[in-house]
Design a protein around this ligand. Sequence first.
Ligand code: DQA
Length: 151
Amino acid sequence: MADTAVRVLLLNGPNLNLLGSRDPQQYGSVTLAEVERRVTALGAELGAEVECAQSNHEGVMVEHIHRARELDGVVFNPGALAHYSIALRDAIDAVETPCVEVHISNVYAREPFRHTSVTAPVVQGYIAGCGVAGYELGLRAVLARIGERQA
Ligand code: DQA
């Protein structure tokens, strides 16, 4: 791929390494490796280089967001951190890189504690309840945001 390719980070938070076996009624049966393969393949089609990362640790997630200053965009599922991590929210707010938040499940149809996202007010797009297809939609959305910035 040319050096000029758009670079996007696909970032997954706590417990998303368990995709495929964790609560299939909410999250389906597709593994994280398969999600990463699909998003990377779509990126290649659309001219974007996708880097993938997952962490179960809040501080590591914050550092990934800081590192995204060198990239063009972020598609991320913060997992439960969305509901309470002010540190992650502040990290997203501190970087200029457009971030699109993805939740596999429809968090608004679930327990009340999942109805709050502290990260949602500082992202450029938000997708929930579309299953793992939400990650591919998230990639398209962040690429659209990047395009708007470059226009
Ligand atoms: C999730 C929803 C969160 O409430 C939950 O803690 C997760 C996954 C989702 O993708 O639907 O870990 O972010």
